[in-house]
Design a protein around this ligand. Structure first.
Ligand SMILES: [Zn+2]
Length: 197
């Protein structure tokens, strides 16, 4: 993916160096178009496979109801958010949830990373603080894992289950390569049609 992105950047540069209205410019533009298509296909492929795997290996999937558009406006987050193709991924999660009968729940993203998933106290941290260390109860975890436990807890509460959060979480890691079959191109979730030309 990163490799195709670099190729995309190079093609973009090459295009901008060509004289306006020239044949070479037209050729360079066609090349750039193909590179764009390649990146968007890879992105979709990754979203579909990962989403299917996540849904198939869990009984419930809870995720943050992120406002991607606002986050992309934030320069520090823009790259990783659009990269992750979050909304695309989310559409597929919801789609596979319906297909495989797995509950999918969007939870409000407020405080998911600041709250301690063990005792519930607020532990302030900036984006660069990668580890959650609770001074109140002593719980230490990777920042993302702590957030994931909060998200799951919220999801379970919404779904009316009782807390089996840690159990479920342990099963999630390292399972993204379980289902690598080809996806049926017809099984597309609702959403805008990407410009493919
Ligand atoms: Zn705590």
């Amino acid at each position: 993916m990163r490799k195709s992105e670099r190729a995309l950047k190079r093609a973009q540069k090459r295009l901008s160096r060509k004289q306006l209205g020239s044949k070479n410019r037209i050729k360079a533009r066609e090349k750039l178009g193909r590179k764009h298509l390649r990146v968007s296909r890879q992105r979709k492929d990754f979203a579909v496979k990962t989403a299917r795997c996540v849904v198939q290996s869990n009984d419930l999937v809870a995720y943050e109801d992120l406002k991607v558009r606002n986050m992309v406006k934030n320069q520090h987050l823009a790259k990783s958010i659009s990269d992750a193709s979050w909304s695309l991924f989310r559409q597929w999660i919801e789609y596979f949830g319906k297909v495989f009968g797995v509950v999918t729940i969007a939870v409000p993203p407020q405080y998911t990373s600041q709250n301690c998933s063990s005792c519930g106290e607020i532990v302030k941290k900036t984006l660069s603080t990668r580890t959650h260390q609770c001074p109140y109860c002593g719980y230490v975890a990777d920042r993302d894992k702590n957030a994931a436990r909060n998200i799951l807890e919220l999801g379970l509460r919404t779904a009316g289950h009782v807390g089996t959060s840690s159990l479920v979480l342990e099963n999630v890691s390292g399972q993204t390569d379980l289902c690598l079959g080809d996806e049926n191109p017809l099984s597309k979730p609702t959403g805008r049609k990407r410009n493919s030309k």
